[in-house]
Ligand binder design. Structure first.
Ligand code: NIG
Ligand code: FE
Length: 424
C-alpha cells in the first residue's frame, strides 16, 4: 500500500497508548517500547506502526525518514499556557531576584494587571505576531499541541480579541491549539472595589459573548473544545465565585479547569472535582485532603513546576507530584508559559525539573506530557499518542534511549518534529 511517509529504523518507538482514559497511578510507569520500529503515515495520520521489517514489507512511501536508531515519541501536548500577551515583565523578574514576592507585586497593581495593560493596548496583529514566534519556539522543542488561555483582557472586548488571535494562530501555525476563557484571572483595576460586579460581568456578559464566538469559530466546527478557567486565590476569586463562574461556563457548553492551590488551599480543588473539572492546575500547596479528592475523581492533576522554579521556591514549595501519583491520581504536566510566573517554552525542561524535584520517573513524565496532557485538553481522541488513526505528531530524538529527553539539561533533545505528517 502507498503512503505519504515512513519513519524507519526507530531504535525505540514509545507509543504512550491510553486514549480511552488518562493513565493514573502505577499505570503511568508502564511505558511499552517497540524496538527497531517503523511508522507509516498517510493524510497526516498514522496508518500503521510496528517492526521496521513488517512495515517496509507492507508499505511504500513517497518520503522515507531514516531515524538511524534514534528514539521516537509522540509530540508533546502543553495543556496549560498563556501564550497570547502583550509586553513582558522582565522588570518584575529582576525585582523578584532582589527579594520581591509574586503576590506582593500583584497586590501592588503589577503582575497580571501589568500584562493586562499591555494586552489591551496591543493590536490584534501585534499579539498574533508575538504569539506566533512563541509557538515556533515551543514547536522546535517538541510541542505540537498547545492550550492557550485568555485572561489578560479582563474586559469583554479584549478577551474576545485574544480569542480571535488564538483562532488566527490555529489556522496559521502548525501547532494544534485549544482555547480557554480565563476572564476570571484577577480583578481589573476598574472593578478593584467591586469584585461581585466583576463576577456578574463575567457570568452575564463575557460567558455568553464567548460562547457565541465559539459557535461561529472553526474550533467548534472541528470539534475542538472550549474551556472555562478561574484563578482561585487571594487577590483573585474565592471558591464560591469560582464555582458560580465555572457552572455558568458549563451551562454554556464549556469544559472546566481551574488554577488552584498555588499559594493558598481553601477548598477549590474539592469543589472542582465535584464539578467534574477536566483538570486542576498548580496544586503547589495541595495536601492530603486535596490529593485524595483528586485521586478519587476523574479530574487530572496538573503540576506546573516551571512556575515554582521561576519563582525561586525551595524544594518544599513544589507540588507533591510523587504523592499524587502514589495516591493514584492521573497526572499531566504543562509549562504554564506566561510573562510572570513561568516564562518557559520547554516541555523537556518541565520534565527534567519534574524528575529531579518531584521525583517522577522518566516514564511518568513522558506519559504526563503526552497522552495524559491530551486528556487534559479534551483531545485524547486525536493527539498525544502514536496510535493508528491519530495525528502523526512525532518527535525523532537525538538519542537512541528515549530517557535522554530529560537527562541532559538545557539543550534541545529533539532532532526532528513531524506535525500531522509534515516534517517541520
Ligand atoms: O498560571 N496564577 C495565575 N496565573 C498565571 C500567572 C499569570 C501571570 O503572572 O501573568 C499562572 O501562574
Ligand atoms: Fe496559568
Amino acid at each position: 500500500m502507498n503512503v505519504d511517509l515512513i519513519l524507519k529504523n526507530v531504535g525505540q518507538l514509545v507509543p504512550c497508548t491510553g486514549s480511552e482514559k488518562p493513565l493514573r497511578g502505577k499505570e503511568m510507569s508502564a511505558v511499552d517500547l517497540i524496538e527497531n520500529g517503523a511508522i507509516a503515515v498517510a493524510d497526516g495520520k498514522i496508518v500503521a506502526l510496528g517492526n521496521s521489517a513488517e512495515i517496509s514489507a507492507k508499505y511504500a512511501a513517497e518520503q522515507t525518514v531514516d531515524c538511524e536508531g534514534n528514539a521516537v515519541v509522540p509530540g508533546f501536548v502543553d495543556s496549560h499556557t498563556h501564550t497570547v500577551f502583550g509586553g513582558d515583565r522582565v522588570h518584575e523578574f529582576e525585582m523578584r531576584i532582589s527579594g520581591a514576592d509574586y503576590m506582593e507585586i500583584m497586590a501592588a497593581g503589577g503582575g497580571i494587571v501589568s500584562t493586562m495593560r499591555h494586552t489591551r493596548e496591543a493590536s490584534e496583529d501585534a499579539l498574533f505576531d508575538s504569539a506566533f514566534q512563541r509557538l515556533d519556539q515551543m514547536l522546535a522543542l517538541g510541542t505540537t499541541t498547545v492550550e492557550i488561555k485568555t485572561g489578560y483582557g479582563l474586559n469583554t472586548e479584549t478577551e474576545l480579541k485574544i480569542l480571535k488571535v488564538i483562532e488566527r494562530l490555529d489556522k496559521a501555525h502548525p501547532c494544534t491549539l485549544i482555547p480557554t476563557f480565563l476572564g476570571a484571572h484577577t480583578l481589573p483595576p476598574e472593578y478593584k472595589e467591586d469584585p461581585a460586579g466583576y463576577v456578574d460581568l463575567v457570568v452575564d456578559e463575557m460567558i455568553p459573548a464567548v460562547a457565541e464566538w465559539y459557535t461561529q469559530s472553526h474550533f467548534s466546527a472541528e470539534g475542538v473544545p472550549l474551556f472555562v478557567d478561574v484563578f482561585t486565590e487571594d487577590h483573585a476569586f474565592d471558591v464560591a465565585q469560582t464555582e458560580r463562574i465555572l457552572r455558568a461556563g458549563q451551562a454554556a457548553g464549556m469544559l472546566t479547569t481551574i488554577h488552584v492551590d498555588q499559594f493558598n488551599a481553601f477548598g477549590g480543588t474539592q469543589m472542582a472535582t465535584e464539578l467534574g473539572a477536566v483538570s486542576a492546575d498548580h496544586l503547589d500547596v495541595s495536601g492530603p485532603a486535596e490529593i485524595a479528592a483528586l485521586a478519587q475523581s476523574g479530574t487530572i492533576a496538573v503540576p506546573l513546576p516551571a512556575a515554582n522554579f521561576n519563582l525561586g521556591h525551595d524544594l518544599s514549595g513544589y507540588p507533591d507530584g510523587r504523592a499524587m501519583v502514589d495516591a493514584g491520581c492521573a497526572l499531566a504536566l504543562a509549562t504554564d508559559l506566561n510573562p510572570g510566573s513561568a516564562p518557559c517554552y520547554s516541555m523537556p525542561l518541565v520534565m527534567a525539573i519534574s524528575n529531579r524535584v518531584m521525583r517522577l520517573t522518566p516514564a511518568e513524565t513522558l506519559v504526563a506530557s503526552t497522552i495524559n496532557s491530551a486528556h487534559a485538553c479534551g483531545m485524547a481522541d486525536r493527539v498525544g499518542s502514536i496510535e493508528v488513526g491519530k495525528a502523526a505528531d512525532l518527535l525523532i530524538l537525538k538519542a537512541a534511549d528515549w530517557r535522554h529527553l530529560s537527562y541532559f539539561l538545557g539543550g534541545n533533545p529533539v532532532e526532528m518534529v513531524i506535525k500531522a505528517g509534515s516534517v517541520i
